[in-house]
Design a protein around this ligand. Structure first.
Ligand code: ADP
Ligand code: ASP
Ligand code: MG
Length: 407
């Protein structure tokens, strides 16, 4: 019998009708002879509400273990409801919280990593002829407390479970029918990809394409899990995430992503001396703040420099506090911060062998009068930071410029 994992995201289980729709879909697979383990998210909007409640009591210093206790509760509701919906249409099913499904994580509350999954509880359930409905996004830490994996983490739960029970496929059902060249909700001419390589998907996800969570792609790549992204509302093939040798003809640029999650900080007039970058980024690293793009510009006299870099929006207040505290050691004049920025990235494995990709990006933005505030590159990606108000304009112009528009 074929063993499959199916994951349904928040919009796919947003109300009772949609939960019934998901149950009916699962039934078709069971009837066709598949053993199905299901991973579900909380109903759309629920996790945001739960996070909002925690922030409402304490915006900065809250106990992350208790945060996890609160935000993990959304998934408890949907697993129970889906199990009941399955039972009402004659499909035996039982639900599992993360700990009941053997999902063990580290103790990094609110951003825990899965350490190990004991496949036995879910396999025993499937062997007894029932559908196993598992709560995504959560597990149990070494101290015996509930942990969550970070926003969007149900994708990771699903891929990890698929690897643990050696499922043939991991189907990620969502509110779009596949992975597109860019977010189809912003660029109407975005094209659906039949296949995308793990590497490109990983890069797309890590720079903001939230259709799959980054860690889920990394896990799938490592454990060779066959992932498909497809719609829970329509019956049609989605996008397969595959190894590079399975893609017949690769585009030079396969996708464009954006992230509104960045904030820009500029440290003005620091002495241009050896050790100054270390003086700025050392305290930030100690405070566990990740820095993404970095630009240093030197003044004409060569004595002073400005350091511009980005941190995540959530880390901005803490980053500013850390820099303020280290002002004497760093020795700067002032600091500017701007959170109305967006990072736009173009991605493609073809970049390894083709020149001119970055130039085309800069020229396209220039033609639209969009100023670039910072740049970063990797082997298969070029990212720029621009003002947030130009997000749509930039995405559409770049999509056309790289020949990605659908006919
Ligand atoms: P779920 O709740 O099912 O996990 P998400 O909201 O996390 O769904 O992810 C699906 C969303 O990802 C889509 O609605 C779409 O707006 C967005 N998205 C961003 N980039 C892309 C892309 N390149 N292809 C498809 N969807 C994308
Ligand atoms: N419910 C969680 C979230 O909204 C996890 C997920 O949906 O993947 O982030
Ligand atoms: Mg998601």
């Amino acid at each position: 019998m074929t063993l499959v994992v199916q994951k349904y995201g928040g919009t796919s289980v947003a109300d009772l009708d949609r939960i019934r729709n998901v149950a009916a879909r699962i039934k078709r697979h069971v009837t066709a002879g598949e053993k199905v383990a299901v991973v579900v998210s909380a109903m759309a909007g629920t996790t945001n509400q739960l996070v909002g409640w925690v922030h409402g009591l304490d915006a900065a210093g809250y106990d992350t273990a208790e945060y996890d206790q609160v935000v993990a509760s959304g998934e408890q509701v949907t697993i129970g409801l889906l199990a009941i919906a399955l039972q009402t249409i004659g499909v035996p099913a039982r639900s599992f919280l993360g700990w009941q499904a053997g999902i063990r994580t580290d103790a990094a509350y609110s951003k825990a990593r899965i350490v190990e999954i004991d496949p036995r509880p879910v396999l025993e359930c499937l062997d007894s002829g029932k559908v196993a409905v598992v709560a995504g996004f959560q597990g149990i830490g070494p101290e015996g407390r509930v942990t969550t994996l970070g926003r969007g983490g149900s994708d990771t739960s699903a891929v990890a479970l698929a690897a643990a029970i050696k499922a043939e496929r991991c189907d990620i059902f969502t509110d779009v029918d596949g992975v597109y060249t860019t977010d189809p909700r912003i660029v109407a001419r975005a094209r659906k990809l039949e296949r995308i390589t793990y590497e490109e998907m990983l890069e797309m996800a890590s720079v903001g394409a939230k259709v799959l969570e980054t860690r889920s792609v990394a896990l799938a790549m490592r454990h060779h899990v066959r992932v498909q992204v497809l719609s829970s509302f329509e019956d049609k093939p989605g996008t397969l995430v595959v190894d590079e040798d399975e893609v017949v003809e690769s585009q030079i640029v396969s996708g464009i992503a954006y992230s509104r999650n960045e904030a820009r900080i500029t440290v003005l007039r620091v002495k241009d001396r050896p050790g100054v970058a270390a003086a700025i980024f050392g305290p930030l690293a100690e405070a566990n703040i990740n820095v993404d793009m970095i630009v240093q510009s030197v003044s004409r006299d060569g004595v002073y420099a400005n350091q511009t870099f980005t941190v995540s929006k959530a880390d901005l207040p803490r980053a500013l506090a850390v820099l303020e505290k280290a002002k004497d050691e760093i020795g700067y004049e002032s600091i500017l911060a701007d959170s109305d920025v967006v990072k736009i990235s173009v991605i493609g494995v073809g970049m390894r062998s083709h020149a001119g990709i970055a130039h085309k990006m800069f020229a396209t933005l220039a033609a639209k009068g969009i100023n670039i505030q910072a740049i970063s590159t990797s082997e298969i990606k070029v990212s720029v930071l621009i003002a947030e108000e130009y997000t749509e304009l930039a995405l559409r112009a770049l999509h056309t410029a790289y020949g990605l528009d659908k006919d």
